[in-house]
Write a protein that binds this ligand. Sequence first.
Ligand SMILES: NC(=O)C1=CN([C@@H]2O[C@H](COP(=O)(O)OP(=O)(O)OC[C@H]3O[C@@H](n4cnc5c(N)ncnc54)[C@H](O)[C@@H]3O)[C@@H](O)[C@H]2O)C=CC1
Ligand SMILES: O=C(O)[C@H]1O[C@H](OP(=O)(O)OP(=O)(O)OC[C@H]2O[C@@H](n3ccc(=O)[nH]c3=O)[C@H](O)[C@@H]2O)[C@H](O)[C@@H](O)[C@@H]1O
Length: 471
Amino acid sequence: MAPVTVKKICCIGAGYVGGPTCAVIALKCPDITVTIVDLNKARIDAWNSPDYKLPIYEPGLDDVVKQARGRNLFFSTEIDKAIKEADLIFVSVNTPTKKSGVGAGFAADLNYVESATRRIAAVATSSKIVVEKSTVPMRTAESMRTILEANSKPGLRFDILSNPEFLAEGTAIGDLFAPDRVLIGSLQTPEGKSAASSLIDVYAHWVPKERILTVGLWSSELSKLAANAMLAQRISSINALSAICEATGANIDEVAHAVGKDSRVGPKFLRASVGFGGSCFQKDILNLVYLSESLHLPEVAAYWRQVVTMNEYQKRRFSKTVVDTLFNTITGKNITVLGFAFKADTGDTRESAAITLIRDFLSERARVTIYDPQVDEAQIWLDLQEALPDTPLENIKKQVIIAPSALAAASNTDAVVIATEWKEFVEIDWAAVYGTMNKPAFIFDGRAILDADELRKIGFTVKTIGRGVAF
Ligand SMILES: NC(=O)C1=CN([C@@H]2O[C@H](COP(=O)(O)OP(=O)(O)OC[C@H]3O[C@@H](n4cnc5c(N)ncnc54)[C@H](O)[C@@H]3O)[C@@H](O)[C@H]2O)C=CC1
Ligand SMILES: O=C(O)[C@H]1O[C@H](OP(=O)(O)OP(=O)(O)OC[C@H]2O[C@@H](n3ccc(=O)[nH]c3=O)[C@H](O)[C@@H]2O)[C@H](O)[C@@H](O)[C@@H]1O
């Protein structure tokens, strides 16, 4: 069966994955028309904004959109039209952890994937290749096929591929331009392999063929969960060791460097932190835990669950260190939190460790000042309200100030907490800040980005994650 030559792509979901991924496909494949659709009109309007105020902050993304938008890249709320016209459809909708019902707190909520699939079935008038881009539980492709076959017009063919995305926020454009690998899972039938060839041809516009891996559908779905679980596991491992370092006087950076020099371990993803955040690590591990339990593999489930448990411990441990160090009480004290995003170079706050820390500080009745260069005020209030559902927002606002700059936030305070590794925090005039602070002046570096020795020379008392330096 000859592979279909893809001429029109529709991407359902204009979020952190659908937007950048399909914008890059459009840039690299001028012969393909790419339409990214979403139910959220405000999001689509932002993608179409004349001054390129895009709905997500991602270095280099506006350049890509500037080059391709209006040429062969379009953003639209006309979902049905884009589905009808496309040969290949990416499903890039959100798959959050279920909040209620069976599997609540663990299983992925497949409601959005199912609605998108049902929409495809309802409006398609020609055969399609449908690609799971969202991270999904295993065998979701089978459910998609069943829905499509049961609800579509007679005579149409739907080939389902799994093509999980491995980009990281903040480096998405670089990751998409030069991916370590592109993974394509298909049924190992002639039709499945032919559909995979069509998608390979799209990526082959810019990705070397040896980096495009083809595997079975179920291996592909599991590989995505496995990749995130193993990355998060490295962070929990290094964070577990950071607790030992703090208790013994060892230095986690030295330990990570020594361990990472072993080429079998490698140096990446060994930065101790205040805990991993982001929309996916926790969600995908919990998904794996749920899968393992459903398969009656309780030991496997417990193993992966511990990665999340360790992450919760790391956040709790850090906020406790702040309270303990500030003479066992922060009631009425001013705590400045620098960084609100879950990592640098993104405005995304989903599952950010900063939120947990601030919730803990507010529960101790501290006054908290927050600064982040990319997260807007409305998002911060939204996240704090969600973290403290029983406290009216006006009461939260009595305890929290959002500052316009790092310098303003760090001045006149009792303690500064570094929650996100923004480069600009390294460049703050710390000597000037010291002059304004209550004494003793404390800095808690949850990302190990500051030069603690220099800060101590200024007069600060410094506590760095994973460094067992005596006060
Ligand atoms: N954020 C990331 O860095 C990565 C995310 N992923 C996975 O990709 C998927 C998408 O994640 P994000 O882009 O972060 O989510 P997101 O929440 O930023 O974007 C999803 C978009 O889909 C839209 N949507 C939902 N249902 C729809 C429907 N039926 N029709 C049209 N639009 C619909 C929503 O309005 C939203 O704008 C998730 O499964 C996630 O696990 C994978 C790799 C990286
Ligand atoms: O499926 C996904 O959503 C994506 O999840 C992660 O990407 P992302 O969450 O955007 O960012 P990461 O760079 O992985 O960072 C995740 C969290 O771990 C923290 N981290 C990372 C690395 C490290 O050494 N230490 C550490 O604490 C970061 O600060 C951040 O809070 C993966 O890196 C991507 O490959 C994957 O596609």
